[in-house]
Design a protein around this ligand. Structure first.
Ligand SMILES: NC(=O)c1ccc[n+]([C@@H]2O[C@H](COP(=O)([O-])OP(=O)(O)OC[C@H]3O[C@@H](n4cnc5c(N)ncnc54)[C@H](OP(=O)(O)O)[C@@H]3O)[C@@H](O)[C@H]2O)c1
Length: 322
């Protein structure tokens, strides 16, 4: 791919972005990537990535970043762990609008947009067709961004949307860090009810590359992994790292009560402890399982089981926590 116009990756300094840029770099792609003045780019210092400073909320910097690129992978986005709900909306919706507008104006060949599997849900195993009412500001923002993507696609822009499920791997202090802490810290002995689709970050990066190269314009692809309950996942992780398995499962009603308490404090006391509503509490105790069948058939996507991803994640975790 060297010698061709570059691919622009927004959010390249993040968890998934770092792995995707590495994958593209190893395959010889010419990669331009956005960073902010405060970004830590050290994880990619041994790659040939060309950095450009841009904030997705600053349309002029986004236009400059996109200019001359063949395609754009738009990963920049934040969840509720990184900012208050208004900021989550702003970055995920206004930021995506700026990226789509710049890509459209520049006439890029394709935009790949990273939404979340959370905009789909079903009683059983959900697929791309199972659109569900969003729960919480993050899902609302991602669904709004998907609406923008649809508008630009209807107006002629080639856009493909991927929906990663719960991504596990080195570099993720949130989800992965919490799981690894649970199995290695003897003081943490409780696991949540419910479950998710655990997908390794390297599988997601390869799935994104496949969607960029082979996805059908306007289509959505779930990039998922192994569907496991939290107790089952923690057991497997613990066996792999020789840690201790959680002894207790927090009963779902306890989590639901926490959601109600947080909601009441918001509504009646005007105190925001954390953005955790009763609906989000219900979601946290549900089995959120997904099918990646469409990506498998149309993109050749495949994923490895959770335990295959544990050693690399654990090595990173020990490195950063020693
Ligand atoms: N991780 C998951 O399990 C998961 C699952 C489904 C979907 N996704 C989606 O996949 C994407 C990447 O997720 P991630 O886990 O890699 O996120 P992450 O680690 O939190 O990284 C977020 C990235 O976005 C950048 N960013 C944030 N605000 C920005 C702004 N205003 N302008 C420019 N860049 C900005 C960050 O740059 P700085 O380094 O400057 O902060 C960082 O590179 C997100 O859109 C997320 O919603 C993630």
């Amino acid at each position: 791919m060297t010698g061709m116009q570059p691919v622009l990756v927004t959010g390249a300094t993040g968890f998934i972005g770092t792995h995707l840029v590495r994958e593209l770099d190893e395959r010889g792609w010419d990669v331009r990537a956005t960073r902010r003045p405060t970004s830590d780019t050290s994880a990619l210092s041994d790659t040939d990535v060309k950095w450009v400073t841009a904030d997705v909320l600053d349309a002029a910097t986004v236009r400059d970043a996109v200019s001359g690129c063949r395609s754009v992978v738009h990963l920049a986005g934040i969840g509720l762990a990184s900012g208050p709900p208004e900021r989550v909306r702003e970055v995920n919706v206004a930021g995506t609008r700026n990226v789509l507008a710049a890509a459209d104006d520049a006439g890029v060949a394709r935009v790949l947009f990273a939404s979340t599997a959370g905009t789909r849900r079903s009683e059983g195993v959900a697929d791309e067709t199972d659109l569900a009412p969003p729960i919480g500001p993050y899902q609302e923002a991602k669904l709004s961004a998907e609406g923008l993507v649809q508008e630009y696609y209807d107006d002629g822009l080639d856009v493909v949307t991927v929906h990663p499920t719960s991504v596990f791997g080195p570099g993720d202090t949130e989800f992965t860090g919490r799981l690894l802490r649970t199995v290695t810290d003897p003081k943490l002995f409780a696991s949540l009810p419910g479950g998710v689709s655990f997908v390794g970050v390297t599988d997601v990066a390869r799935g994104m590359l496949a969607a960029l190269e082979r996805g059908d314009p306007g289509e959505h692809y779930i990039l998922g992994g192994q569907n496991l309950t939290f107790p089952a996942a923690l057991d497997r992780i613990a066996e792999t790292v020789d840690g201790s398995s959680p002894l207790l499962e927090v009963p779902a009603p306890v989590v639901h009560t926490l959601g109600h308490v947080a909601e009441a404090s918001d509504e009646y006391l005007g105190v925001r402890f954390f953005p955790f509503t009763a609906d989000m509490a219900r979601l946290a105790t549900t089995e959120l399982f997904y099918s990646s069948e469409k990506a498998a058939c149309e993109l050749g996507y495949d994923y490895r089981p959770l335990t295959d991803h544990v050693p690399a994640a654990m090595a990173w975790y020990r490195d950063t926590n020693d």
